[in-house]
Design a protein around this ligand. Structure first.
Ligand SMILES: Cc1cc2nc3c(=O)[nH]c(=O)nc-3n(C[C@H](O)[C@H](O)[C@H](O)COP(=O)(O)OP(=O)(O)OC[C@H]3O[C@@H](n4cnc5c(N)ncnc54)[C@H](O)[C@@H]3O)c2cc1C
Length: 488
């Protein structure tokens, strides 16, 4: 290790950044410390409180397992500790730092409210034993809070945010950081240590966690998703071959035209910088202009950035509050049976049912369909967007609080820069426009495979398939009236 290292022993605390390459905290720790170990702390009780479901947690653990193996090859031990809640982390990390004689801790910043509170408490706790903690910007391209309006406020509307982002940060090529080198001499690290609480600090990632039934299929995939950094890099590479067609094809769920990188971005098996760098490299370093497909995709990365910055600026978003306070008064229907039919993909509206079954079977749903089913739930069924938000968190392999909350509040017209309440998606028109031949519907709704032609979008009575749960025209009117009354 270089003689310039500032610290003798460092600890990298991994969270939603499960990769070796372009990991800011890991990179800094590797440069700053002569001896280095990593730690991952599972808090399944808090994860459950945050509605993080089996698909997300299974995928996260599978990525962690792969990372541990890769770190082992570089002679960097990755410790694992299972606690219950975030509130136990500061004391546990302090004990671990003492027992392992750690001089500095490095982590990448996380922005949901409870995560920020946890991180502040950790810093305080370690300060008492003189161990500095450094949180780096890594989850987003630029630090939340760094893009402000002329009057110093956070942007509430996407387009000016995007413009400001490009003007301030568009010159960067987001060159990824290298992975740490293999360490010949990395000191002695114990295989395990005792920590106060139910579990010891160990060097194996377990197959089970309290309160979760982790699902891994043969070959370690989760709902068909291959975990880990290598799989993520492969996917990015494959997507770079078709990115030019992204703008034209991204809205058609039967076509595999989007990157499907969201599970990797959210568990941190790939960084948003690596994604931006690939796209910029193929577009002569331009965020706009050049290839329409690339510019459009880069715009989606800015949507992700926007929602994370927004959550950081408005902590009430993490408290189940709508961005527009007056929408607390929407007379949501509370119809549990209708909600259940929506979750099961049995509403009798084919495109909605196909989408909900895609979610159930693959842990992922196409973006166009996320908008369609969210609009259907919140407008046609007039069911509280928070029910849908929770269902998505529990079932998505790519669940991310900021993007999910942003997407739901957009569709429900309760958010900032949301779809206007009087523009309600018609699921049948969406179906005809974006799944014109019904290929996607037939793939996920086998009961309708025999239905021919345009009937697929709104089938006549079909055995084993329910009649539509509502009249979309009448329910659209009801929703518009309910929202219009909020103004009075
Ligand atoms: C109701 C609703 C809920 C959503 N919940 C989530 C969620 O929990 N997690 C999540 O990552 N995305 C969520 N999204 C955003 C979007 O649907 C997914 O990011 C996208 O479908 C992922 O597929 P992809 O990786 O192929 O995306 P691509 O089209 O290839 O886009 C590349 C990346 O850009 C980001 N991105 C794309 N669209 C959006 C968007 N509208 N908002 C924020 N970021 C975006 C994602 O990180 C995505 O991986 C939600 C959208 C809606 C309408």
């Amino acid at each position: 290790m270089s003689g310039k290292a500032a610290f003798a022993r460092g600890l990298v605390w991994l969270r939603s950044d499960l990769r070796l390459h372009d990991n800011t905290a890991l990179h800094r720790a590797a440069k700053g410390c002569r001896e280095l170990a990593a730690i991952f702390i599972a808090c399944p009780k808090t994860w459950r409180d945050h509605e993080e479901g089996e698909p997300l947690v299974s995928f996260r653990m599978a990525c962690l397992r792969e990372l541990q193996e890769e770190m082992g090859k570089r002679n960097i031990p990755l410790y694992f500790l299972e606690l219950g809640e975030f509130s136990q982390v500061p004391a546990a990390l302090r004990q671990i730092a003492e027992k392992l004689s750690i001089d500095a801790v490095y982590a990448n910043a996380e922005y949901p409210l409870d995560e920020q509170r946890r991180d502040r408490a950790v810093r305080e706790s370690l300060r008492e034993i003189d161990v500095p903690v450094e949180y780096a910007t890594d989850r987003t391209l630029v630090p939340p809070g760094s893009i402000r309006t002329g009057s110093g406020e956070a942007y509430k509307v996407f387009t000016p945010f995007k413009r400001a982002f490009i003007s301030q940060y568009g010159g960067d090529s987001y060159q990824p950081l290298p992975a740490p080198h293999s360490r010949k001499d990395n000191g002695d690290w114990p295989a395990w240590i005792e920590v106060q609480g139910p579990n010891n600090l160990v060097q194996t990632v377990p197959d089970s966690l309290a309160g979760y039934e982790l699902s891994a299929e043969r070959g370690g995939t989760v709902l068909g998703w291959q975990p880990g950094e290598r799989a993520a890099a492969r996917r990015l590479d494959e997507f770079s071959e078709i990115i030019d067609g992204y703008e034209d094809e991204r809205d058609f769920p039967a076509i595999d035209a989007t990157s499907r990188l969201s599970p990797y971005l959210n568990s941190g098996a790939i960084s948003v910088r690596q994604c931006a760098h690939m796209a910029l490299e193929h577009n002569n370093d331009r965020w706009s202009g050049g290839s329409d497909g690339i510019a459009c995709w880069l715009g989606e990365l800015i949507w992700r950035e926007f929602y994370t910055h927004l959550m950081d600026a408005y902590p009430r978003l993490c408290m189940h509050k709508p961005f527009k306070p007056e929408t607390e008064r929407v007379p949501w229907s509370g119809d549990e049976l209708a909600f259940r039919r929506w979750t099961l993909g049995k509403t009798g509206v084919p495109i909605v049912d196909a989408a909900m079954r895609q979610l159930e079977q693959t842990g992922w749903m196409h973006n166009r369909l996320r908008m369609v089913v969210a609009s259907f739930l919140t407008k046609n069924l007039l069911i509280d967007w928070r029910w849908g938000e929770r269902h998505f968190m529990n079932n998505l392999v790519d669940a991310d609080f900021a993007s999910n909350n942003g997407g739901w509040q957009w569709a429900a017209s309760t958010g900032t820069d949301a779809v206007p309440y009087f523009r309600v998606f018609n699921p049948y028109s969406q179906s005809k426009k974006f799944d014109p031949r019904g290929d996607f519907i037939r793939r996920f709704v086998p009961e309708l495979r025999g239905v021919r032609g345009d009937d697929i979008h709104c089938p006549p009575d079909t055995p084993d398939y329910p009649r539509p749960i509502c009249d979309v025209k009448e329910t659209r009117k009801r929703a518009i009236e309910a929202f219009a009354q909020l103004k009075g």
